[in-house]
Design a protein around this ligand. Structure first.
Ligand code: ADP
Length: 312
């Protein structure tokens, strides 16, 4: 368990500000990000003030229960959607005020994507699919880089095959290579293992990890998969549109416990006695927790997870 795991729960804003100021070289930074869908009675606050900095050359996972705002945050950070309030900068460029055309250009130059569905073009072969971002931006292919990339994703003998002639794992490797071919400042991965069996999923995770370790790629990955998140350098947990936890590298078990506590399920050992998973104990704010932690009127001492709203 990392040092950060034992930190007492702090108000989200204070916690993320502390994390942010510790990061010196941020590729993506958000300030006071809010997103409201709809208006009036139908309004949904998907993000309620997100301040975060994503360090260069790090793999960051974004987790949280369904509806917590993960996709919204990712889409706004990637310039695919605009916030209601607040700002986002990508590789030093404030994108929030950019015109649509400039934003499109920036996405092309600085951002890579891996989606759950591979989104390969069926009429193009593997090589043509991989270099597509460069073809679109009329950028010459860096042959040395291309060959290195193809070696890493092990597609040397599949380059002339169309997607229909490739296995699911090979298709995903084409998608990974395509996302890296332009050497983006940041790569966004949306449930990259979602459609794959565990062996193929593992292979993709290793490729992502390798791209961070070997060539300093920055990756932001939204995932439901605790194992996928456990390969990350940092795990952000969202709940109700706010980052409620921000941790360094975590084990799958700890990630799973946090997710369950965010969903209101407290593990049996969450009694704060220090014998078991102390993080889960902290999150569940049991009745015998330290006296300075006081549950709000919404409760939280009955294992309903509302203890996450505990106040100091
Ligand atoms: P997650 O990715 O964590 O499941 P989302 O970012 O998709 O969460 O959604 C956050 C909240 O915003 C949810 O309550 C969802 O129903 C709502 N939401 C997302 N997209 C829209 C939309 N286009 N219109 C209205 N509400 C939306």
């Amino acid at each position: 368990m990392s040092d950060t795991m034992d930190r007492p729960q702090q108000p989200a804003a204070a916690q993320t500000t502390a994390e942010a100021s510790a990061t010196t070289d941020a590729v993506v930074a958000t300030r006071s990000l809010t997103k409201v869908y709809g208006t009036g009675d139908a309004a949904v606050k998907a993000l309620r003030g997100v301040d975060v900095e994503i360090g260069r050359g790090q793999l960051t996972a974004i987790m949280g229960p369904s509806g917590s705002g993960k996709s919204t945050l990712m889409h706004i950070m990637a310039g695919l959607d605009r916030p209601s309030e607040g700002t986002v900068s990508v590789d030093g460029v404030e994108i929030t005020g950019l015109k649509e055309r400039d934003l499109t250009q920036l996405r092309r130059d600085k951002i890579g994507f891996i989606f759950q569905s591979f989104n390969l073009l069926p009429m193009l072969n593997a090589q043509e699919n991989i270099v597509l971002p460069l073809t679109i931006s009329r950028t010459p292919v860096d042959k040395g880089w291309f060959e290195r990339l193809i070696g890493i994703v092990r597609l040397e003998d599949r380059l002339t095959h169309k997607p229909s002639e490739l296995s699911g794992g090979q298709q995903q490797r084409v998608a990974v290579a395509r996302s890296l071919v332009a050497q983006p400042a940041v790569l966004f991965a949306d449930e990259p293992t979602g459609n794959l069996d565990s062996r193929r999923g593992e292979e993709v995770l290793q490729l992502l990890r390798q791209s961070v370790d070997e060539f300093g790629q920055t990756i932001i990955m939204v995932t439901h998969d605790a194992h996928a998140a456990s390969i990350s350098d940092r795990v952000l947990f969202l709940k109700d549109g706010v980052i409620v936890h921000d941790h360094g590298s975590m084990s799958s078990d700890d990630i799973y416990d946090v997710i369950r506590s965010l969903e209101g399920i407290c593990p049996a050992d969450a009694d704060g006695d220090g014998q078991g998973r102390t993080l889960a104990a902290e999150l569940c704010a049991p009745a015998n927790a330290a006296p300075e932690v006081v549950a709000t009127a919404t409760g939280g001492r009955d294992g309903d997870g509302a203890g996450l709203r505990a106040e100091r």
